[in-house]
Design a protein around this ligand. Sequence first.
Ligand SMILES: NC(=O)c1ccc[n+]([C@@H]2O[C@H](COP(=O)([O-])OP(=O)(O)OC[C@H]3O[C@@H](n4cnc5c(N)ncnc54)[C@H](OP(=O)(O)O)[C@@H]3O)[C@@H](O)[C@H]2O)c1
Length: 267
Amino acid sequence: MTTPDIPPSIPPNFLPKNLEGKAAFVTGASSGLGRRTALVLARAGAKVALAARRVEKLAELSGEIAAFDGRAMPIRVDVTDAASVREAVEAAETELGPLGILVNCAGISVEKWITELGEADFDSVMNTNVKGTWLVAQEVGRRMIRHGAGGKIVNIASVLAQAVLPNLSIYCMSKAAVVQMTRAMALEWARYDIQVNAIAPGYIETEMTREHFGSEAGQAHIAGLLRGRIGRPADMDGVLMLLVSEASSFITGSVITLDDGQTLKAL
Ligand SMILES: NC(=O)c1ccc[n+]([C@@H]2O[C@H](COP(=O)([O-])OP(=O)(O)OC[C@H]3O[C@@H](n4cnc5c(N)ncnc54)[C@H](OP(=O)(O)O)[C@@H]3O)[C@@H](O)[C@H]2O)c1
C-alpha cells in the first residue's frame, strides 16, 4: 500500500482511562475495525469480550491486550446464529460482568452485478450485516434493560447506506438497514438510558478492502479520493471514543460519517 503514513488519530498511549470498570462486547474483533475497536476500548480501561469466528486471531489479540495489562476475553460467535449469539453474550457477562458497551463491527460484502447475484449471496450478506447486528444488539439491549444501568451501542454502518456503487447492491441495502435499525433502537431504548448510534465509514484499509486497494486500479482509485488517501482503522478512534464515553451524553440515534470527505465527490 502506498497510503501516506498518517499517525493514528489518538495514539493508544494517550487514550484516557475513562472506561475503567466498563464491560464491552465487540463483534468482528478478529480483524480490521473490530480489532482496532477492541484494542482502543481495552487501552481506555474497559474489559473487552472479543467476538468473532476465528478464535485463533482473537487469542492473539487477547495476548496483545494482556501485554499492556488490559483485560480481554476471546469468545467464538457466529452472529448469524441466535443460539451462538446468546451463548457468547452470556459467557461475556459471566466473566466480565454486566455489559455497558456494545460495538457491532462484524460485516461482510459480496461484489457482483445484480444480474449475477444468487440467493445465497443475498442471504449471507443480509444475515451477517442486518440479522447479525440485530441479534447481537437485541441480546445485549435486553440485558442492559434488565440491569437498569443504561448503555452505549455503536453499529458500524457505511457511507454506502446512502451512496451506491455498482457491484455492491446488497451491501448498500444491508447498511441502509443498519442505519434504520440504529434509529429504531435509539427510539425504543431511550427510556432505558441506552444510547444507540452508528458510524458510517468511507474507505478504510482492512481485510475487506485490501485486495482492491493493493491493486494498480486500487492505487489509482486512492489517488482520486478527495485527500488522496484511504483511512486506517485507527482513524475511527476519535469518533468511537466519543460514542462510547460520557462525551456523547446528548447523542442518540445519530449516524456519524467518517470518510475524510470522500463522499463529497464521486466514490
Ligand atoms: N473497510 C471499509 O472500508 C469499511 C467501510 C465502511 C464500513 N465498513 C464496515 O466495517 C465493519 C468491519 O469491517 P472491516 O473493514 O474491519 O472488515 P474485516 O477486516 O473483513 O472484518 C470483518 C469482521 O467481521 C467478522 N465476521 C464476519 N462474519 C461474521 C459472522 N458470521 N460472525 C461473527 N463475525 C463475523 C470477521 O470475523 P471472523 O471471520 O473471524 O468471524 C471480521 O472480524 C463491517 O461491518 C464493514 O461493513 C468497512
